[in-house]
Write a protein of this length. Structure first.
Length: 229
């Protein structure tokens, strides 16, 4: 089967662009110690990055970007690929993501201690310590639940870029060596609600890493792999 992926980018009005410029000016004024910032955006907002970068430079802030492992464009982030930010983590003091909502920001917060700011709706806001701490407590709870569970479901996606079927056999064997029962669940689109129909006490996710944000019963393999070495 052949697939065609069509990009759907947001078209910004001149008024929205001016709001973005003003938001960057306010950000620079309120964060005088930040001189190097990593920029990234979801596909819909990539068109804003040149505008943001130019405005940052005007305010003597260097904008740094990178390309992810799966993403097509420079500075593009995906649910399954935030390496556009991780690749430059040591080069910047903070991150600025242009995106709708906190989905990608919380995903990044799970793997970095750098401050994270979101540009959404013409406003730049910082992900609070309380939000990050709450998310990390949930992740710790999910890991503890997984380690105590005997029946584990392994989530496998057939989507291009997310399919990790080659890794699943090894994961299943490692779980079974420690006395856990492991079951494979393969689908194109993963519906979190449907997982409740099965008796698995916990789930290992090999699909989109951001699925862990939707359930405390789900862990990504890289969160628990160290317990099986």
């Amino acid at each position: 089967m052949e697939f065609m992926f069509i990009e759907a980018r947001k078209i910004f009005s001149q008024e929205e662009i001016e709001q973005v410029k003003q938001a960057v000016k306010n950000f620079a004024k309120n964060n005088p110690k930040i001189r190097r910032i990593g920029m990234a955006a979801s596909l819909q907002y990539l068109g804003l990055l040149p505008i943001i970068g130019e405005e940052l430079e005007k305010n003597k802030i260097s904008a740094v970007t990178s390309r992810g492992n799966l993403a097509k464009h420079e500075a593009q982030i995906l649910g399954c690929d935030i390496n556009a930010t991780k690749n430059i983590e040591k080069k910047v003091q903070a991150f600025l993501l242009a995106s709708n909502g906190k989905f990608h920001a919380l995903q990044l917060a799970n793997s970095t201690s750098k401050p994270i700011f979101i540009l959404s709706g013409g406003i730049i806001a910082k992900i609070s310590k309380e939000e990050i701490e709450s998310m990390r407590k949930k992740r710790l709870g999910a890991i503890k639940n997984f380690l105590a569970s005997k029946e584990i479901g392994i989530i496998v996606s057939t989507k291009p870029g997310q399919n990790k079927i080659k890794d699943v056999k090894k994961i299943k064997e490692m779980l079974e060596k420690q006395g856990k029962k492991a079951f494979l669940f393969i689908a194109d689109t993963i519906d979190i609600n449907e997982l409740e129909n099965f008796s698995c006490e916990a789930w290992i996710n090999t699909a989109c890493p951001a699925l862990i944000l939707d359930s405390t019963k789900i862990v990504n393999w890289n969160e628990v792999e160290k317990f099986f070495r």
